[in-house]
Write a protein that binds this ligand. Structure first.
Ligand SMILES: [Mg+2]
Length: 379
């Protein structure tokens, strides 16, 4: 067996609730059933659509659209304020169903998760039958409908769950993965955003098959760091493991500079940008964190880290930003002390800055604190 074959034997299920927030609202209020329902801001305000029912989608309404625009397109729609505690409760019931079958669960948001069921022997080892059972149990316990995708990696499982929505159950078998990707429009690729999609269209890349014509070197020239991912998924290959909150202990980012920097304000700006970006990624994965670490590497490669842990609950964006100057100053101060070897304390600037968030835990275990603009439930 070749090394890659083992990865083709994985069984991954991607479960995604259909129009989650809107479906919860329709479940709880019979008057909303069968009607266009928009969860989010009011049509006379400045808010946006967080989620909408399938009846509302028929009017071209989608999440992140200004509510004013949604009201124009569908004046008869019911506009409902989000009730996050109720969504969170449903999310916990859904996760409890997952846990009856596997502990290999990677939550992506309140209503979406990857499950690795490779080692599950129920239903004769059929991941499709297992996915059907999960859908049935979710419906029985929550009154809500899920779609599920089954495949041998995360990329294809996610595409599969979207393929038959709503109430979908679709499987992409290992031998069909490459051909399936070849016909797939590039905009449907998870990880290809609007900007990249437009750029790919300009380059004549409209489907996975088109993308496959490009060598890794050509892709790198056009798309930089993401090229290896594009190269692989165009071939139906995705080795990323399902990361449970236990296996994923931290998340970090760093930047190396061509010219060493000395200006503290500039350093803080960079650290804040890294922090904002990582916070967003954590939120997308429904993860929170308690510890923030700042790393400073000087021109002579000496490296110092300083960490801050929250004693009460999760770190939010504000708390992280308040800790950054303090941690930076402490790391810089360490760098300016003479080292035990008697080396100079002049380290000639900073060549790398990094931050990491650790002590991660799923937000579903703690009530998420969300801002209005974060009410987004794309499917
Ligand atoms: Mg969904």
């Amino acid at each position: 067996m070749e090394a890659g074959d083992e990865l083709k034997l994985r069984k991954i299920i991607h479960v995604d609730m259909d129009a989650f927030y809107a479906s919860v609202e329709q479940r709880d209020d019979p008057l909303l059933r069968g009607r266009p329902v928009i969860v989010g801001g009011q049509p006379n305000g400045r808010g946006v659509v967080a989620a909408c029912s399938y009846e509302a989608r028929a009017f071209g309404i989608h999440s992140a659209m200004p509510s004013v625009e949604a009201g124009r397109r569908c004046p008869q729609a019911a506009f409902v304020k989000p009730r996050f505690p109720v969504y969170k409760q449903a999310s916990q019931q859904i996760h409890a169903v997952f846990r009856e079958f596997t502990d290999q669960i990677e939550p992506l948001s309140l209503d979406e998760a990857y499950l690795d069921v490779s080692r599950n022997s129920l239903f004769g080892g059929s991941a499709v039958r297992l996915a059907r059972e999960i859908k049935t149990m979710i419906l029985d316990r929550t009154g809500l409908v899920a779609s599920a995708g089954v495949s041998y990696n995360k990329f294809l499982a996610k595409i599969a769950s979207d393929h038959d929505k709503p109430d979908g159950l679709f499987c992409i078998l290992p031998e069909a993965g490459e051909a399936f990707v070849a016909t797939l429009p590039i905009g449907r690729f998870h990880g290809v955003g609007k900007v990249t999609e437009a750029r790919m269209h300009e380059l004549g890349i409209h489907t996975g098959g088109d993308l496959r014509q490009w060598s890794e070197a050509e892709l790198t020239r056009e798309f930089g760091r993401s090229s290896q991912y594009y190269y692989r998924v165009a071939r139906g290959i995705d080795h990323r493991p399902v990361r449970t909150s236990r296996t994923r202990k931290s998340m970090g980012a760093e930047r190396t500079f061509g010219d060493n920097i000395r200006d503290r304000a500039e350093m803080l700006t960079i650290l804040t940008a890294l922090s904002t970006d990582l916070m967003r990624q954590l939120e997308e994965k429904s993860l929170g964190c308690r510890t923030l670490t700042v790393k400073v590497r000087f021109a002579d490669f000496s490296t110092f880290t300083r960490a801050h842990s929250s004693s009460k609950g999760l770190l939010d964006k504000g708390a992280a930003e308040r800790a950054l100057p303090f941690l930076l100053d402490r790391a810089l101060a360490m760098g300016h002390q003479p080292s035990p070897s008697g080396k100079s304390s002049q380290r000639a600037g900073v060549r790398l800055l990094g931050i990491a968030f650790s002590a991660l835990l799923p937000l579903s275990e703690e009530l998420p604190v969300q801002l209005e603009m974060d009410w987004q439930d794309p499917q």
